[in-house]
Design a protein around this ligand. Structure first.
Ligand code: FES
Ligand code: FES
Length: 166
């Protein structure tokens, strides 16, 4: 069986591995790179739990092959907080609004919101909720997640990724 060498920068660190062509980005991130914050629910692109950032865009990593991400910059939930532990404002908002319970869906939800609320980006509540409509959560009833989106969309919400007030 043929294999391919792939190199990506994951959470700021260069990582090289060898994969079969059929290996998903999700499996590569979890099994080879050790980023188990990438959760696998459906493995069919339905639940959103596996969402990561590839070059800043939210991607369902169960639907992308590792070879397709060769050379890319990838961010998982483990790489979102600042080096000193300061939470990303999306993480803060979800925590403040009790937008999680068991946490299984949470990494994917965080990454989708982060793609729209990263440094220099400010999505509207509608844009955030539209993006979140592709995520399934069995626990929260979605209301806390919705409030977190509202908090992020407020005019006075922080405009940078890790804590500076606008
Ligand atoms: S595990 Fe990828 S969308 Fe469900
Ligand atoms: S918090 Fe449990 S699935 Fe969403």
């Amino acid at each position: 069986m043929s294999t391919h060498t792939v190199t990506m920068t994951i959470n700021g660190r260069r990582h090289t591995g060898t994969v079969e062509a059929r290996v998903s980005l999700a499996d590569f991130l979890r099994d080879q790179a050790g980023y188990t914050g990438v959760h696998l629910g459906c493995e069919h692109g339905v639940c959103g739990a596996c969402t990561v950032l590839v070059e800043g865009n939210a991607v369902r990593s169960c639907l992308m092959l590792a070879v397709q991400a060769d050379g890319a910059g990838v961010t998982t939930v483990e790489g979102l907080a600042a080096a000193d532990g300061t939470l990303h404002r999306v993480q803060e908002a979800l925590m403040n609004e009790h937008g999680l319970q068991c946490g299984f869906c949470t990494p994917g939800i965080v990454m989708t919101m982060a793609a729209l609320s990263g440094e220099g980006k400010k999505a509207t509540e509608t844009e955030l909720l539209d993006a979140l409509s592709g995520h399934l959560c069995r626990c929260t009833g979605y209301q806390g997640i919705r409030r977190a989106a509202q908090q992020l969309a407020k005019p006075e919400a922080m405009d940078t990724a890790n804590g500076e007030q606008s």
